[in-house]
Design a protein around this ligand. Structure first.
Ligand SMILES: [Zn+2]
Length: 336
């Protein structure tokens, strides 16, 4: 493992990365982790907590000396072990919008399940697909325990930490993949810890997020995910990132290639959504999905709807589409 890491150490759980950074003595020493790790309880050894603790000790990082865990975003595979770190005395740090989910664990998914299905129904998804999607759950081996609120701290955009060798780690709010998403930049080297914002193996996805439902209001509207995601990617590009330490997969040595890939993918998708609306005159998000991706399997249609809704959000923000009715039908406001 170490051979591919240049001078970096990481802990690997499945395909999830946890990145340890040494805090400077001026911060009280000890370690900061980027991401808490996924909590998978099956097999041998019985828990990924044990796997993680063993990897940490082998690298010279005593789990008791981890003082801060910076959670890039409110998904179970990044935040799953937050409660374990909190119980050991670490501060669990996350973007303000991520904290309600960390305080709930998997309950945060449960609270969004019904609003998500209702929204997909509003946008034309047929009943049989809704039933199929509603029946899906992560396997029981995946856990995400609620993190006690007294272990949680909000970390604001621009917060810095003094690392060893005089380096500075800066938290950068990067909403998009989730509402509370953040990335962290080593200012001196412009190396980025990206969570799921930039990953090497796939184009990271926007989502169907209902932060109001997490907070207890099931009627609260969906949070548009793709427009801020694209702005966050543009902001990362402006920082001149030299290397990316992602939440999944290998270290990215050519960040511009992956940022280009993300933007080109969404430019193409956006053009296809526009073309589908131009052709149809008026269409639901589901109609657009079926036009653009006529041969998708039923499970993949969910992801495609997420992406098409993201592009409709983007076009709506630009004033290029309008919608009406139920199911919601979209049309272009002008021919460009
Ligand atoms: Zn994620």
């Amino acid at each position: 493992m170490a051979a591919t890491l240049s001078d970096r150490t990481r802990f690997v759980l499945g395909d999830n990365n946890v990145w340890p950074l040494r805090l400077d003595a001026s911060e009280g020493g000890g370690w900061l982790l980027v991401d808490a790790g996924a909590d998978y309880r099956a097999g041998d050894p019985a828990s990924w907590w044990d796997v993680l603790a063993e990897q940490a000790r082998a690298a010279g990082v005593r789990p008791e000396d981890v003082r801060a865990v910076l959670v890039t975003h409110e998904h179970f595979d990044h935040a799953g072990l937050s409660a374990r770190w909190g119980a050991l005395g670490a501060r669990v740090l996350a973007g303000p919008a991520a904290l309600p989910s960390l305080a709930l664990g998997f309950e945060a998914y449960e609270r969004q399940r019904r609003p998500r299905m209702a929204d997909l129904e509003r946008h034309g998804a047929p009943a049989d697909l809704l039933a199929l999607w509603a029946s899906r759950r992560p396997t029981a081996a995946w856990q995400w325990d609620a993190c006690p609120e007294d272990a949680l701290d909000a970390v604001e955009d621009g917060t810095t930490f003094c690392l060893d060798e005089g380096r500075t780690l800066r938290v950068v709010a990067a909403p998009g993949h989730t509402p509370g998403n953040l990335v962290a930049l080593i200012e001196d080297t412009r190396e980025l810890f990206s969570g799921d914002t930039v990953i090497p193996t796939t184009i990271p996805t926007p989502g169907l997020h209902f932060p109001g439902a997490v907070a207890g209001d099931p009627e609260a509207p969906r949070w548009p995910s793709l427009p801020p995601f694209l702005r966050s990617i543009a902001a990362i590009r402006r920082r001149g990132v030299t290397r990316v330490f992602p939440g999944h997969g290998y270290i990215i040595e050519t960040p511009a290639v992956y940022l280009d890939r993300f933007e080109a993918h969404h430019a193409r998708r956006g053009a296809k959504v526009r073309a589908a609306l131009a052709e149809a005159g008026e269409a639901t998000a589901y109609d657009v999905v079926r036009t653009i991706f006529p041969r998708l399997t039923e499970h993949r249609v969910f992801q495609a709807m997420t992406e098409v809704l993201g592009h409709l959000d983007l076009l709506a923000e630009r004033g290029e589409v309008e919608c009406r009715g139920l199911p919601v039908r979209w049309r272009l406001t002008s021919d460009r």
